[in-house]
Structures are given as structure tokens and as C-alpha cells.
Design a protein around this ligand. Structure first.
Ligand code: ADP
Length: 637
């Protein structure tokens, strides 16, 4: 059941709804059966309790009705016996032909009948002929009637006090007949008979709303609160009994059909349940056969049976109500159970989810701690690596700077002959002029001395400029990139090769197509690159007829382009593929190291630029330096 529930909770099944496992079906089937059993028990007990209550109250009612009937009949029991006390009655029986006596007895009987509230009182002789009667005045007077066929008269004549319920033969009025012998001096003279109407008892039963009936020893119902049950039989009569009843005319001509009750077996106390058929029901009410509880009590001396019927529909409806209530209560309990179980399950799931979450959280914390540790390790390793790399980079930087410096020194070395010549000439001039100044001072030619001194000062100034430029060029530079005015940088570079160009009669042309252009670089380094390119061009053109060096500056968007072109022999494809390799040179030993272009290319690359060799439009070689345009203010150099 558990696993199935989990399956159900996991999501809808393939068919879109949860399927019940065999165990679940059995369990719920069991619950249903149990509930039904409980409801049936409630049905049984409610029915039983109500039936028991009906039985108790029925027994009480039955006793009360029986007692009232006994009281009534007992009251009349003595009446026939009192008639023998009247001497006129005795006399009449002795002298039946005396009309005065008969009249006296008739009047007497009439008075007694009135006082006793009986129906009729009459006196019969030993032959069964009525001698006097309380109803002597009426047309259908009993006087003279032969009633010997009546069983009570017969019984009385045989010295047995008679009691008999029957329908009167004259007026067809039912009543109870009491008969007793009339004795005088121990000799029977006749029979005294009293008829009492007990039908009025029925009225009290009807008023009580009870279903009561009184049957004789043959099971013929002769009194009943239900009119249709009267003169019917509890069971079919045997032919013999039927014949006897017809003979005595006890129930006159009533057909005495059976009631058709279906009896269930008797219970311990003699009570039994009966099914009363539709046609036997009260007032011809429509409906199905109804169940009733039948209680009997026999009235011993008369062989009568008092029957009390209680309607069991109350018990049935109580049982049904108990069944329904029980079903509803069980349904409620099942719902409550399901609700509580659902709540508990939800709580359990929530707790489990919380635990899982906590577990996941704990795991996560452990994982995070592990990852943090490994990350820290990695960071440490990386930091160490970075430190190593930084050291390497610093070393590289230092080495590179030294390389650049070495390159510069190499250029200076190459230029040293020219520079020496450049400085020697003014020095010679200075010496000559200072010697002349001494002679001229001695001769007193102060004006000439003065002009010579001015010239000397100019020469010294020029020499200072040259050495200043050299100093600047030779300086170690590690400045970060800044805006460099290209015109100034080109002019500074030119200054260092100017003398050589003059000597070698090189035609120099500058095309500043973008005069105010600034490049993002280091001026000292850029000058180093330019001097290098200029010297290479001059070297290449050494044997050329036409010596033309052209420098142009263009700007295109965010880049500036400096082109250095010469009219030398140019370069072969093979040379161009090795140009920027260190120690590649075509110059004689002692003149070239093959480092100039390699260093220059690296310097330009460091500024985010490109140095490349191009074919010059008119033959010769052309180098292009492409640099980033500097937008900011000019740097100071
Ligand atoms: P070096 O000048 O010491 O030889 P560089 O690296 O400056 O070293 O130049 C390498 C070689 O490139 C030179 O030897 C030369 O053959 C060639 N080269 C450089 N510039 C020019 C040029 N303007 N015209 C022809 N060849 C050139």
C-alpha cells in the first residue's frame, strides 16, 4: 500500500489517474464490509430495541384490555343465579300457563335488565322454550321461542353454567350469553339467561388507536378494533368446526373467511411477527403487506384469546434511521480518517522534504567548503604561477629594454664616425678661432675678436644641441605609452642623420598630410625606430644614382601611418620573408648586426602598432609604421 501511494504521489499514471493496487482494493473492500456490518448491526439493534419496547407496551395494553373485559363479564356472571331468588320466576316455571304470573315475571325481568344495563334477560323452561323475557313488549319478543339449540342453554340444562358469545338469531345482534340453571329445593326448573352487549368495548379499543381482537377457541375473531377483521378467522377452519358453527348459528351467516396472516415462528414469550396482507389492513388502506407484532393472552375460563398487534413499521423506520445514521457516521469517520491520514502524510512529506533540504544544504556546505578549499589551492597556485610569470615578464621586460638599449647603442656606434666628424669640425674651428682671438687681442682688433666670440658661442651651442640629442637618444626609456607629436619625432630622428644625408646628397622629402597627428607611443622609442629606418635607407641608397628619402604621414580613422620610402635597390621576396628575424643582415661584417628591424618591429608591436615592409611605388624599399591615434593631450618629453 505504501509503495503504491508513493507511486501515486510521484505523478499521474500513464492513463492519467492513479491506479489502485490489489492490497488497496482489498483493504477498502474490508473497510466497506466492516462499515456495512456495523450499519447492519445498528439496523438490527435499533429494530430489536424498538420491537422490545413495543412488546413491553403491548403486553401492558393487552393486560389492561383483558382486565377490563374480565371485569365486565364477571359483573354479569352472578346475574342469572339471582333470578331463582324471585318466587314469581319459580312459580311461572312450575305453572307455565298462568298469564298473570308470566306478565309479572316479564315486568320483573324488564326492570332487572334495565338496572343491570344488560341487553336481554329471559327465562327458559326445561324444554328450552322461553317463558318470560325482558323484551316481552317488543315485536320480536323472545317469549315462546325455542332456544334449546343454543349451546349455552344446552350447557345450563346439563347443569353446566353456560357462557357463550354469539350473534342473536332474532335481531342479529352479537352479545355474550350467560346461562345458569334455576333450582328450587335442589331441583332444576329451567334456565336463566342474560345477554350482554360487549361490542362497546370495541369502541374503547378504537379510541385507543390499538389493533386488538378477541377470538374464540376456534380462532374466530368476534371483536376487533379493525372492523374488517371481525368474523374472520386466524387460521382456516376445519370442516368439522365449520359444520358445528353453522349448526349452532353462533355467528349467524358470516362466511368466516381466514384473515390470511402470515405467521413467523413464536418467540420465547409467545410473541410472533406476522405479515398482515394488504386486503386485511385497516380501513382498506393501500399499501404493501405490513409487518406486525402479535401478542396473545388467553382468557382461560372462556377459551378466548385476546390478541394485540403492534405496527412494526416504527421499528423498521427506526432501524432504517439507525442504518442511515450509522452509514453517515461511518462515512464521516472514514472521511476524518482519510483527512487525518492525508494531513499526517503531508506533514511527513514536508518533514522529509525539510530533512532532504537540510541534508542537501549540509552536503552543499561540505561541497562548498571542499570547492572553496580547492579553489583557494588553485588561487594560491595561480598566484604563485602569476608571481613566477610576472617575474619572468619583468625579466623579459628588462631583457627587452636592454635589447632595445643595445640596439640603440649599436646605431650610435654605427653613427659614431659621423658624429665624431660632426664634432671634430666645430672643435677645429673653435681652436682656430680661439687662436685667432688671442692674436687679434694682442693687435687690438677688438671688433673682430668680438664677432669671433659670437661665432664661437654659436658653434658651442650647435655642438651642445648635437650632444643633447645624442644624450636623449641614448637614454634608457621605460615610459608608458603617451601621445607623441609625429612631426617632432620625425624632426628629432632626422637631426641625428641630417649630417649624413647632407654628405651623401640625399634628397629628403616630407609629406605631412596629417600635420597635427599624435600617435600613442614613446617618443624616444619611436625616434629609435625612425633613425633605424632612415639609416637602413641611406645604407641601401649608398650605391644608387638617385638618392631620395621620402617620409609621409597619413591618418585613417583611429590609426596613423608613417611611411619611410627610399630609392634604393629594394628587397627581394626572400629578403622580405626574413627581414624581421634577429641577426638577418646583408651588410658586410662590422657594418650590420641584423637586429635593427627585429627590435623596431617589437617596439612598434609593444605600442599596439604594426611595422611592415612594402614595395615602394617607384622601386626601392618602403616601410610603414602603423600606430594608434592618441586622442589625449600631448605627453612631455
Ligand atoms: P642591419 O642594418 O644591421 O643589417 P637591419 O635589421 O636593420 O640590420 O636590416 C636587415 C637587412 O635588411 C639589411 O641587412 C638589408 O639587407 C635589409 N634592408 C633593410 N632596410 C633596407 C632598405 N631600405 N633597402 C634594402 N634593404 C634593406
Amino acid at each position: 500500500m505504501q509503495s503504491s501511494t508513493q507511486h501515486t504521489n510521484a505523478g499521474p499514471s500513464r492513463h492519467g489517474r492513479a491506479r489502485w493496487s490489489r492490497g488497496q482494493v482489498l483493504a477498502w473492500g474490508g473497510v466497506l464490509l466492516f462499515c456495512l456490518a456495523l450499519a447492519s448491526l445498528a439496523y438490527y439493534w435499533a429494530g430489536k430495541i424498538t420491537t422490545d419496547r413495543l412488546r413491553v407496551s403491548g403486553a401492558q395494553r393487552l393486560n389492561a384490555y383483558a382486565a377490563s373485559l374480565e371485569n365486565l363479564l364477571d359483573k354479569y356472571d352472578f346475574l342469572p343465579r339471582t333470578l331463582e331468588l324471585n318466587k314469581d320466576v319459580i312459580a311461572l316455571l312450575k305453572q307455565p300457563d298462568d298469564p298473570a304470573l308470566r306478565a309479572a315475571v316479564n315486568v320483573y325481568l324488564e326492570r332487572v335488565n334495565q338496572q343491570a344495563r344488560s341487553t336481554t334477560i329471559y327465562v327458559v323452561n326445561l324444554k328450552g322454550i322461553t317463558q318470560a323475557s325482558s323484551n316481552w313488549r317488543e315485536k320480536d319478543s323472545f317469549v315462546g321461542d325455542n332456544v334449546s339449540f343454543r349451546p349455552y342453554v344446552r350447557d345450563a340444562l346439563q347443569r353446566t353454567p353456560g357462557g357463550f358469545y354469539g350473534v342473536g338469531t332474532t335481531r342479529l345482534e352479537p352479545g355474550y350469553f350467560f346461562a345458569h340453571g334455576i333450582y328450587h329445593d335442589g331441583q332444576m326448573l329451567g334456565v336463566a339467561t342474560v345477554k350482554v352487549n360487549i361490542e362497546k368495548l370495541e369502541k374503547t379499543w378504537v379510541q385507543g388507536g390499538d389493533k386488538v381482537m378477541l377470538s374464540d377457541e376456534h380462532g374466530v375473531v368476534f371483536l376487533s378494533s379493525v372492523p374488517s377483521w371481525k368474523y374472520r378467522t386466524l387460521a382456516p377452519l376445519s370442516a368439522d368446526v365449520r359444520h358445528r358453527l353453522e349448526k349452532t348459528r353462533q355467528y349467524f351467516s358470516h362466511p368466516l373467511e381466514p384473515l390470511g396472516f402470515a405467521y413467523q415462528p413464536e418467540m420465547d414469550d409467545g410473541t410472533r411477527k406476522v405479515q398482515v396482507p394488504e386486503q386485511a389492513q385497516i380501513n382498506g388502506k393501500e399499501g404493501r403487506a405490513s409487518g406486525m407484532l402479535m401478542q396473545r393472552r388467553s382468557l382461560a375460563p372462556r377459551n378466548w384469546e385476546f390478541i394485540y398487534l403492534s405496527d412494526l413499521s416504527q421499528a423498521r423506520s427506526n432501524a432504517q434511521a439507525a442504518f442511515i445514521f450509522s452509514c453517515v457516521a461511518e462515512g464521516f469517520l472514514v472521511m476524518l480518517f482519510l483527512y487525518v491520514r492525508q494531513r499526517l502524510r503531508a506533514t511527513r512529506q514536508r518533514r522529509k522534504a525539510r530533512e532532504d533540504l537540510q541534508h542537501a544544504y549540509d552536503n552543499l556546505e561540505i561541497m562548498v567548503a571542499e570547492r572553496t578549499y580547492s579553489l583557494r589551492q588553485m588561487t594560491q597556485n595561480l598566484s604563485e604561477e602569476i608571481a613566477v610569470r610576472r617575474q619572468a615578464e619583468q625579466k623579459l621586460q628588462v631583457t627587452q629594454n636592454e635589447l632595445f638599449q643595445a640596439g640603440k647603442m649599436a646605431v650610435l656606434g654605427q653613427m659614431s664616425a659621423g658624429i665624431t666628424h660632426e664634432l671634430n669640425q666645430p672643435l677645429t674651428a673653435l681652436r682656430t678661432m680661439s687662436d685667432n682671438a688671442v692674436v687679434l687681442l694682442e693687435r687690438g682688433r677688438l671688433e673682430v675678436v668680438k664677432s669671433n666670440l659670437v661665432t664661437i658661442s654659436q658653434i658651442v651651442g650647435r655642438m651642445g644641441t648635437i650632444t643633447g640629442q645624442l644624450k636623449v637618444f641614448a637614454r634608457k626609456s621605460t615610459a608608458p605609452p603617451s601621445a607623441v607629436a609625429l612631426q617632432t619625432a620625425i624632426a628629432n630622428a632626422l637631426f641625428l642623420v641630417e649630417r649624413r644625408m647632407d654628405l651623401e646628397r640625399v634628397d629628403f622629402r616630407l609629406h605631412m598630410r596629417s600635420p597635427g597627428a599624435n600617435a600613442l607611443c614613446d617618443s624616444n622609442r619611436l625616434e629609435q625606430v625612425l633613425v633605424n629606418l632612415f639609416n637602413n635607407a641611406l645604407d641601401a641608397m649608398a650605391d644608387s644614382e638617385l638618392r631620395q628619402l621620402t617620409v609621409s604621414v597619413d591618418s585613417a580613422g583611429a590609426r596613423v601611418l608613417i611611411r619611410v620610402a627610399d630609392s634604393g635597390p629594394g628587397m627581394t621576396e626572400e629578403m622580405r620573408s626574413h627581414l624581421f628575424e634577429p641577426f638577418f643582415t646583408t651588410k658586410p661584417q662590422g657594418q650590420g648586426l641584423g637586429l635593427g628591424l627585429a627590435i623596431s618591429e617589437q617596439i612598434v608591436r609593444e605600442f599596439g602598432g604594426i611595422l611592415r615592409a612594402e614595395s615602394a611605388p617607384g622601386g626601392g624599399a618602403q616601410f610603414a609604421i602603423e600606430l594608434k591615434v592618441a586622442e589625449q593631450e600631448l605627453g612631455h618629453d
